[in-house]
Write a protein that binds this ligand. Structure first.
Ligand code: TYD
Length: 220
């Protein structure tokens, strides 16, 4: 993390889910969103790449485009993220919403920085620049052996899913290393645990954070 990075958002709460393909991020993001809505909070459930209209085009280019080299790939993800944060995430946080995103900047550091070998620090700097330093208050890592993750996938594999076991092993190690270095921001969960157990563990960690934002807003 650099000095420019900020873990706090103006009024709302920013939470990201990270992990390998097939780890169950979108299920957990949805369950968290449902729970928070039940508490009366505005929730914006989103994802990267592809959380905006432009992002859908960028997602298609990066996942299915031809001849996308590693630096181009990193820049497309960063572009998607810059637009996502400027047009959707920051405005939602400024209104006091809880934003739950299925993947964020740590995916770029792990996949492009370590998986593609572009260098974690450089890719982190690029991503932080793209979002003007915005970091989640909490990042949930659903940790899973990539071989087990692959077995859970359905449909034709995209460019990233085709990148091979060594690539996915490096990516997993990068996520775990980042989480160990910053336990205040990260919650690491074994993605093989039952869905409801995982949802409960996420709620236990999010509960106090969401209560604190409600207090600072004067919401009961
Ligand atoms: P995702 O939408 O999570 O996959 P799925 O199609 O299974 O829902 O992400 C698509 C792929 O993009 C995934 O393999 C991880 C990769 N990715 C990166 O390599 N870097 C990034 O910065 C992001 C956000 C995703």
């Amino acid at each position: 993390m650099t000095d420019a990075a900020s873990t706090s958002s103006p009024h709302g709460l920013f939470v990201s889910f990270e992990g390998g393909d097939g780890a169950g991020k979108s299920t957990q993001a949805r369950l968290l969103g449902d729970w928070l809505r039940g508490l009366g909070r505005e929730v914006v459930l989103t994802r990267e790449p592809g959380g905006t209209e432009l992002g859908v085009e960028l997602r298609n280019a990066v996942l299915h485009g031809d001849h996308v080299d590693a630096r181009t790939e990193a820049l497309i993800y960063a572009t998607d993220r810059a637009h996502h944060v400027a047009s959707l995430v920051r405005p939602a946080l400024e209104r006091g919403a809880v934003v739950v995103t299925d993947r964020y900047l740590d995916s770029s550091v792990a996949y492009q920085g370590s998986g593609r070998d572009l260098g974690a620090d450089e890719v982190e700097r690029l991503s932080l620049w793209a979002v003007d330093g915005l970091l989640p208050a909490l990042t949930v890592l659903l940790d899973l052996d990539p071989v087990a993750g692959r077995a859970r996938l359905t449909g034709e594999p995209d460019r990233l899913e085709r990148a091979g076991d060594e690539f996915h092993r490096r990516t997993r190690e990068a996520f775990l290393g980042r989480a160990a270095a910053d336990p205040g921001r990260w919650l690491v969960l074994d993605a093989t645990r039952p869905v409801e157990d995982l949802a409960l563990a996420v709620r236990e960690r999010v509960g106090p954070l969401v209560a604190a934002t409600a207090l600072s807003e004067g919401v009961a």
